[in-house]
Ligand binder design. Structure first.
Ligand SMILES: [Zn+2]
Length: 384
């Protein structure tokens, strides 16, 4: 971005960078405002990182913080031409680098993407250890704070430090979020959805989360009293929810469908069997079992009506951790109906390998890339 333009903007690309970076230290990278109508994360990064000394926080590792979609933030819009958090796939990164993508396709966002990618790649090349990425967001609907992750063991173990619910599986419904890309290139990445966009508490939740990230990743020494206050603040924001949830259903709105979410739901709302969830084309839609609603759609635009989530049992978490470490799944590729097409990718013929359901794929740490009646395409999430 040219300097004149940056000087005119309220938001800056670089919120914080280490003075003397050291490749042997632990590095942590925060991004805020990758969606332009979600400034709470950016504001919190600015306030926490400009007050480190006064807060008694002493850095032990290298901390980076970047502003996301600066021009969209200025306009208070999610994006201007294209969602900056849907462009992070290996394929699109490659096409961008080879010049196959122009600003006529990505509009203003191409410049935002170019700058962020260059910062991120520089960091990934520089550090010897895995880098930890934290992407700060807020939601359009009312919600308690939660941590979306791709289900890798290292993401899981970091996420479980926080007294807010963790949600697995969003990446199977969303193409190209930054966090999935970071996982794909072998690093650790957590998201945080701090609450509703306009809720003034969202920036406070972000600030607590940022300090706790510094603490749990040992990139800073944070005073114990501060850690306790921040843990209490997160806990107070979602007193009855913790542990890990997974998305098991997505209601996809068809083009031109008249969809209306039944009023009164927020993320994690409990529903009982037979409860009305939404109305589509005048027909009421009911829950077929007791479950929880997640990210209900109460704005005009969007393709996802609502998701349904369920709690993941401790037993499942332990079993899946053990299976992934045991590497038993290397035998899968040798089974009839299962075909390895790349080191981390399997194609499964569902008529032959009927046992390989989505649930078993998840247990072994695979992500469903695409699914048809006859085939599943799955990719490995754990690159440890
Ligand atoms: Zn967002």
């Amino acid at each position: 971005m040219n300097q004149k333009l940056e000087a005119d903007l309220r938001y800056k690309r670089i919120i914080y960078k280490p003075n003397n970076p050291d490749p042997n230290r632990q590095a942590i990278v925060f991004t805020g405002g990758i969606h332009g109508n979600e400034p709470a994360g950016y504001t919190a990064l600015e306030s926490v990182l400009s007050n480190l000394e006064q807060s008694g926080i002493s850095l032990q590792g290298d901390v980076y913080a970047f502003g996301g979609n600066l021009k969209a933030m200025e306009a208070n819009k999610r994006f201007l031409t294209i969602d900056l958090n849907r462009l992070w796939t290996k394929k699109l990164v490659h096409q961008f680098k080879t010049g196959e993508i122009s600003s006529s396709v990505w509009g203003e966002e191409i410049e935002e993407f170019a700058e962020l990618l260059s910062e991120i790649e520089h960091i990934l090349q520089f550090y010897h250890n895995k880098v930890i990425f934290i992407d700060l967001h807020t939601t359009s609907s009312k919600s308690v704070p939660f941590i979306p992750i791709n289900d890798t063991l290292s993401n899981r173990s970091l996420a479980l430090n926080f007294p807010v619910p963790t949600v697995l599986g969003i990446e199977e419904f969303i193409d190209g979020p930054l966090l999935s890309y970071i996982n794909e290139v072998g690093h650790v990445a957590l998201g945080i959805e701090a609450g509703q966009h306009e809720d003034p508490r969202s920036a406070d939740i972000h600030a607590s989360f940022i300090r706790l990230c510094l603490h749990f990743t040992r990139t800073a020494i944070v005073p114990a009293s501060r850690v306790q206050q921040d843990l209490a603040a997160l806990k107070a924001a979602c007193p009855t929810l913790n542990g890990i949830y997974e998305i098991w259903y997505r209601y996809a709105i068809q083009p031109n469908e008249k969809f209306r979410m039944t009023p009164g739901y927020s993320s994690f709302s409990e529903v009982h069997a037979g409860q009305e969830l939404a109305v589509s084309e005048g027909k009421r839609i009911f829950a077929d079992r007791a479950t929880r609603v997640f990210m209900p759609l109460y704005q005009e635009q969007g393709e996802d009506g609502y998701y349904l989530i369920r709690k993941v049992s401790k037993r499942w978490l332990l079993l899946s951790a053990w299976l992934r470490k045991s590497r038993i799944e290397v035998l899968f590729a040798a089974l009839p109906g299962v075909h390895r097409t790349a080191p981390d990718t399997l194609v499964i013929n569902r008529y032959i390998a009927r046992f390989m359901s989505k649930e078993i794929s998840h247990l072994f740490g695979y992500r469903i890339q695409s699914s048809t009646q006859s085939h599943l395409l799955i990719t490995k999430r754990d690159l440890d």
